[in-house]
Design a protein around this ligand. Structure first.
Ligand code: ATP
Length: 310
């Protein structure tokens, strides 16, 4: 299957800030692809270069067989985009907005079809200012579909949504795959990336630090278990790092009472941890041991030594 998106050695700086430093990845037709990374990693810049909102300093960008830098109009006809914040006039209704956006394209989907697809039929004629956060987000995504795109780009589509609205959007994204769309989305939620994406690229400080199917990336942590720990009094990070078998020890907040780490032998590491806490008379509040997840892979690839994990 031909790749729908090819990004080769993309570079972009803003006044001395190297936001994207040689990013390369490709997305096959029909895939759901996740671009993951901490705040400021370069995800939005990468998406904005792909859709022609920013001029890259260097690199090749191919979308649906077109050179995105030389043929931006061909690309725009074939993609749908929902950026992080979509602001519409307060008085416009979802039906009007869909009709208005559709007018910019040769190929367009009837508003009624999109209202139904994104569960907005009841709110079709309600003013934008009266819509809930979840309804606004669904409208933003519906607007990305007005031109029957081949590729849909969603920049943090679930940020700020309540769990119910997030779940509805997950279902909508899964349906996009079922209907044959190619989807690129950025997210901070590793659990949704693990469940929804065929493949992900993890980007950190403008570079790709890991790429592949979530289960392949997780398999690279094979044999490892992840331990999260909460105590009622602070513990020295160095003391935890010295536990037998403990690796990638990091604090999960700034209080010195919440940590996570990985181990290849949870029995040995946890037994030593209990001795450490008992000897220091530090009460344990919570201790969990589980198989490594995509979140652990993400933290391993993106956290800096001595830094508090986000
Ligand atoms: P987030 O998850 O917080 O949205 P991101 O991964 O999307 O972050 P970008 O928004 O691409 O990251 O930002 C990458 C870097 O470029 C950051 O250091 C950011 O401060 C910087 N940056 C982004 N846009 C601009 C701009 N218009 N002018 C100057 N610097 C910018």
């Amino acid at each position: 299957m031909p790749a729908h998106v090819v990004v080769r050695d993309l570079r972009k700086s803003y006044a001395g800030v190297e936001a994207v430093r040689g990013v390369s990845f490709s997305i096959e037709a029909g895939e759901i692809f996740g671009l993951l990374g901490p705040n400021g990693a370069g995800k939005t810049t990468t998406v904005e270069c792909l859709i022609g909102l920013r001029e890259p300093d260097a690199g090749d960008l191919e979308v649906c067989g077109f050179d995105a830098r030389r043929q931006p109009h061909e690309v725009k006809e074939r993609i749908g985009v929902a950026l992080q914040s979509t602001s519409l006039q307060d008085k416009i209704t979802p039906r009007e907005a869909l009709r208005l956006f559709g007018a910019f394209y040769r190929e367009r989907v009837p508003p009624g079809e999109l209202l139904e697809r994104f569960a907005l039929t009841e709110k079709a004629d309600a003013r934008f200012e009266t819509l809930s956060g979840g309804q606004r987000q669904r409208l933003a995504i519906a607007l990305a579909f007005v031109n029957r795109p081949k590729l849909v780009l969603l920049d943090e589509p679930t940020t700020g949504l309540d769990p119910q609205s997030r779940r509805e959007l997950h279902a909508a994204i899964a349906r996009m795959k079922h209907d044959g769309y190619t989807v690129l989305f950025t997210t901070h939620y590793l659990d949704e990336a693990e469940h929804l994406c065929d493949r992900v690229a993890i980007i950190d400080r403008g570079r790709i630090v890991g790429q592949g199917a979530p289960r392949e990336l997780i398999a690279q942590s094979k044999g490892r278990q992840s331990v999260t720990l909460v105590t009622s009094r602070p513990v020295e990070l160095a003391a935890l790092a010295a536990l037998p078998g403990a690796v990638e020890v990091s604090a999960t907040d700034a209080t010195g009472t919440a940590f996570q780490f990985q181990t290849g032998d949870a029995n040995v590491t946890v037994a030593a941890l209990m001795r450490l806490l008992n000897d220091a008379r530090v009460p344990l509040v919570d201790l969990q041991v589980r198989q490594a997840s995509l979140e652990d892979v993400f933290l391993r690839l993106t956290s800096r030594p001595g830094e508090v994990a986000a």
